[in-house]
Write a protein that binds this ligand. Structure first.
Ligand code: DAH
Length: 355
């Protein structure tokens, strides 16, 4: 018998042997091992092909073809067997009830708005319904907008009330004094009056900055400013709007206006809300929330000072207005019963998930 016939015969024998062996294979690992035995570098087929060189050249293509065919047969049946194993595994799992098709799918964890954002949006909503528009101003301000135009002159003691962060460099261009982080949202009043004709009815929510830090103060916090300017605006209009807002935000509670001082309003007032913790109790002195006064301060307000109107070239003989400003953190703390302002900024999920 010639070498060529011998090798072709061995391919046939290998094929028969392979079919016999694959029918015995029980799992993935055994299958991989079997495949390597036949098709690997040191495998049976490679060994047969090593004899190729000794064959008469006219027989070589035939052996090559046969070897390729066997390789494909082995590939296919290994793939089919693997798939059969996978199907069997799935069927087995289903039969064992490991996959409970009635279980609900995994749902994504839904986030929610931060309590400060929720509070801010609620305040905005109430004023939008009252016909106010929303404006924003820059966080980095010039002295003129934060102080001077609001009737707070260079050596005015009110500047100390709002210990200011000043910024190095004069990148706002040629204005008196260094740029600063706004200490309140009141400068937005000036921006809006400079760029709009009366009547004005606006609120300005936003971040403000002061050098202050303890359980009721953080260096950055949020305010909402309000401004109404028109002909014949009166203090009673201010009282009406503020009382309406507080009724919507806090529900039915006592409200009082207490004379106060702000440089940009005259007359000025502070607005107090009846303390919900001790209202109606005999011994108010024990109340931690209001320190026994029965009242909680919620905002500052007043009639726009004529000097402020003059700065924006409004005629104080013809126009009057009122303004108010409140701290969003404080509103949220009072409404939601939060004892420490720092909780808003710690990102502790145990706190945030309550809202
Ligand atoms: N800007 C004041 C502050 O930050 C709050 C304020 C008081 C705003 C009276 C006003 C106002 O518009 O009329 O303490």
């Amino acid at each position: 018998m010639e070498v060529g016939d011998d090798l072709l015969g061995r391919v046939k024998i290998l094929e028969n042997r392979f079919h016999g062996e694959i029918s015995q294979v029980a799992n993935d690992q055994e299958l991989l091992r079997l495949k390597a035995c036949y098709l690997g570098k040191q495998g049976h087929l490679a060994e047969v092909l090593r004899g190729l060189g000794q064959m008469p050249s006219e027989q070589r293509p035939l052996l090559g073809q046969e070897a390729n065919r066997l390789k494909q047969v082995i590939d296919h049946s290994c793939r089919d067997t693997l798939k059969r194993f996978e199907d069997e595994k799935k069927q087995k799992k289903l039969a064992q009830g490991v996959v409970d098709l009635t279980l609900p799918g995994r749902s994504a964890v839904l986030g929610s708005a931060h309590p400060l954002r929720q509070t801010m949006e609620e305040v905005e909503d109430i004023f939008l319904h009252l016909g106010f528009s929303i404006f924003e101003g820059p966080d980095v301000e010039q002295d003129y907008y934060n102080f001077a135009a609001l009737n707070i002159s260079a050596n005015h003691p009110a500047r100390d009330m709002q210990d200011t962060f000043y910024i190095d460099g004069d990148f706002l261009g040629g204005h008196v004094g260094p740029p600063l982080l706004r200490t309140h949202t009141s400068p937005v009043q000036i921006h809006v009056m400079e760029s709009h004709k009366p009547p004005i009815r606006m609120i300005a929510p936003g971040a403000v900055y002061r050098r202050d830090s303890d359980i009721t103060h953080t260096p950055m916090f949020h305010q909402v400013e309000g401004l109404v300017v028109d002909q014949e605006v009166r203090f009673s209009d201010l009282q009406g709007i503020v009382a309406l807002f507080l009724r919507k935000f806090f529900g039915k509670r006592g409200v009082r206006f207490r004379p106060s001082y702000f440089p940009f309003t005259e007359p000025s007032a502070e607005v107090d809300l009846a303390c919900a913790a001790c209202e109606g109790k005999k011994d108010k002195s024990a109340c931690r929330l209001c320190s026994g006064t029965g009242w909680l301060e919620v905002m500052g307000c007043g009639m726009v000072h004529p000097n402020v109107l003059r700065h924006v070239k409004y005629n104080p003989e013809k126009l009057t207005g009122f303004a108010f400003g409140m701290g969003i953190e404080r509103m949220a703390m009072l409404r939601l019963g939060i004892p420490d302002i720092r909780l808003f900024y710690e990102n502790d999920l145990r706190f945030l998930r309550q809202f």
